[in-house]
Design a protein around this ligand. Structure first.
Ligand code: MN3
Length: 226
């Protein structure tokens, strides 16, 4: 790492929960911040258990395996011809690790307030016109993600405006520097056990389970990012 890179933080690092996903040179699976049954009716305890303990854990393992392969390539133990596949694997698995870590933190039991407040509420008004318009856009984009992916509200690093986008898989069709504030997993494994093929029902329920306190904290940090 060159000296000028020290202290440079990617925008996504503004989310403090990500600090719990890496320690001592390895990616690690952070525990869920609530019991498995806490997010019903959005997600059953079985869905949450499988999603976190199996799917998310697999992305952590995959990211570490990619790191191991990169070390072998750097040390001359593995041919550089493997590098493109290893780098793609790292991007996919690390993308999954980051997005799931954000996801667990930005959902909560359905007893919280249903809309943002403060600076984020003002930004929603500025950039979408109203909360209802934002919700309509977020639902439409998340519903339309083809196959496996994510619906995301984030900050465009250039204009600093809020932006809704869909991410394919965990890392495709991603704006460089985009800072995610609110992420919704629309892979079938996220909802199929609970909602069957009703992604629309899952998404409408998701909107009632957003931890706006966390999303607002991420927005405030994103605004302070220089
Ligand atoms: Mn998932």
């Amino acid at each position: 790492m060159t000296e000028w890179m020290v202290g440079v933080k990617p925008a996504a690092m503004n989310c403090s929960c990500l600090l719990h996903g890496y320690a001592e040179g390895r990616y690690i699976l952070p525990p869920l911040p609530y019991p498995n049954s806490a997010i019903e009716p959005l997600l059953t305890a079985e869905t949450l258990y499988l999603h976190h303990d199996k799917h998310h854990a697999a992305y952590v393992a995959g990211a570490n395996a990619a790191l191991d392969s990169l070390r072998l390539i750097n040390e001359g133990e593995l041919s550089p011809q493997h590098a493109p596949a290893v780098c793609q694997s790292l991007a996919f698995n690390l993308g999954g690790h980051i997005l799931h870590t954000l996801y667990w933190e930005n959902i909560c039991p359905p007893d919280r307030r249903r809309e943002p407040s403060g600076g984020l509420a003002l930004a929603v008004m500025r950039d979408f016109g109203s909360y209802a318009a934002f919700e309509q856009l977020f639902l439409a984009v998340s519903l339309a993600v083809q196959g496996s992916g994510w619906g995301v509200l984030g900050v465009d690093p250039m204009s600093r405006r809020l932006m809704v986008t869909g991410i394919c898989r965990h890392q495709d069709v991603l704006v460089p520097g985009f800072c995610p504030l609110l992420v919704c997993d629309v892979w079938e494994h996220a909802y199929y056990l609970t909602w069957s093929n009703d992604r629309k029902g899952y998404l409408h329920s998701f909107m009632q389970h957003i931890n706006w306190d966390i999303v607002e904290q991420r927005y405030e940090k994103a605004c302070r990012y220089e």
